[in-house]
Design a protein. Structure first.
Length: 393
């Protein structure tokens, strides 16, 4: 629970208006932050970690707030501190959807559907997730991935299913490639450099990709042409959050050179439903106000501008503190409210289904996971929701 940190989180004073919030570069009385804020993020050197460091420097300069970043090598290790109240926020990827839906590693008995809440997310000029490949194996298009050695990161469904979604563009699955298992994101980079793997998933401007680019193998990004509507539809059938994007600021490419990819929000700033509303409100407000001061601090940091977010499409409900700020800033719409309410209803359906399943669930771990996915699928479909990623049943 996060409420034990509430004593540290003072209430914000009355807001002085959106124009002032954007126009001031000096800490004002309408933003109050605690002495320490804790985020979990991808490991040191990753895009998410680097951006957190840049944001933290601004918070230290403006408010005397220390932003402490806990690195986690996979989805579970990033969200575990959050759900236990040891972190206030988590900057990650689509594991928020997996945690909400109790899928994959989050479908274990000790996890189950999590009452996670969205706070902010980044849509950068670069892309948040695509296929990065060694340049010495002839991977020019997504079709060329067939038979190649593709990284599979243990404990990271957001990375592994992200790759699976992108393979669908070429109508491929994990059965059509050679799966190379590694223990974390940095292990994936090492596997490519050491010629144990040929491709992995990651953001187009991921700093560790510079190491691949500088290695004897080199780096390339196969494109995902936007005119192939059937290929994109195959991805969106289970991952509607992937959208066509023209990415610039790609590792190893000129700054004005762009590639056609599909992208998702990353990093996504996440918290739990019981997090202090004032803390979330002030966190969003400070990040928005000081955009100009940290947007060049790390690759992709410009993507945190709230006006880049589509608040009516995110599949995880917003925290009330974030909504409070977006209403004040004039960014909250009726469509966003409707989407938020449907996302809340989805979480309620999942919670009820989980509690019912636990009453008479099998003891065997494999049977438990399989049975839950069946119960989950039925509950969601009965209530008019897409079950997502249930086609393996």
């Amino acid at each position: 629970m996060n409420k034990h940190r509430n004593a540290l989180h003072a209430s914000a004073a009355a807001a002085t208006g959106f124009a002032l919030a954007l126009g001031s570069g000096v800490a004002a009385a309408d933003i109050e932050l605690p002495g320490t804020i804790i985020w979990s993020a991808y490991p040191t050197g990753s895009t998410g970690y680097s951006q957190a460091v840049g944001i933290g420097q601004v918070l230290q300069n403006e408010y005397g707030t220390n932003l402490r970043v806990i690195p986690g090598r996979n989805d579970v290790s990033r969200l575990e501190p959050l759900r236990r109240g040891r972190a206030d926020f988590s900057a990650g990827g689509t594991e928020s959807v997996s945690a909400q839906d109790a899928q994959f590693a989050f479908g274990e008995r000790h996890w189950g559907p999590q009452e996670v809440r969205s706070v902010m997310w980044s849509i950068a000029d670069a892309c948040s997730f695509t296929v990065a490949a060694a340049d010495d194996v002839g991977i020019e298009t997504v079709n060329d991935l067939e038979g190649k050695r593709i990284v599979y990161v243990q404990g990271s469904p957001s990375l592994n299913f992200g790759m699976e979604y992108l393979l669908r563009y070429a109508d491929l699955t994990w059965d059509d490639v050679e799966r190379v298992e590694v223990g974390g994101y940095m292990g994936a980079v090492e596997a490519i450099i050491e010629d144990r793997a040929d491709a992995m998933g990651g953001s187009c401007n991921s700093a560790p990709f510079m190491r691949i680019n500088a290695s004897p193998r080199g780096l390339t990004f196969p494109e995902f042409p936007h005119d192939d509507e059937e290929a994109i539809a195959r991805i969106n059938s289970t991952a509607p959050w992937f959208v066509p994007h023209r990415s610039t600021q790609n590792v190893g490419m000129d700054s004005d050179e762009e590639i056609q990819v599909l992208t998702t929000p990353y990093p996504k700033l996440l918290t739990m439903a019981d997090q202090d509303e004032d803390l979330v409100y002030n966190m969003v407000k400070a990040m928005h106000r000081h955009m100009d001061e940290y947007k060049d601090s790390a690759p992709g940091a410009e993507g945190w501008d709230p006006e880049r977010m589509d608040l009516a499409s995110i599949p995880v409900p917003l925290h009330e503190g974030a909504i409070r700020y977006y209403e004040e800033a004039g960014l909250w719409t009726e469509e966003a409210q409707e989407n938020h309410e449907e996302a809340l209803r989805r979480q309620e359906v999942l919670k009820e289904a989980w509690e019912g399943y636990l009453e008479d669930s099998p003891a065997d771990r494999g049977e438990f996971a399989y049975g839950w996915m069946q119960v989950r699928k039925e509950a969601l479909e009965e209530n008019g929701f897409d079950p997502l990623n249930s086609d393996w049943l």
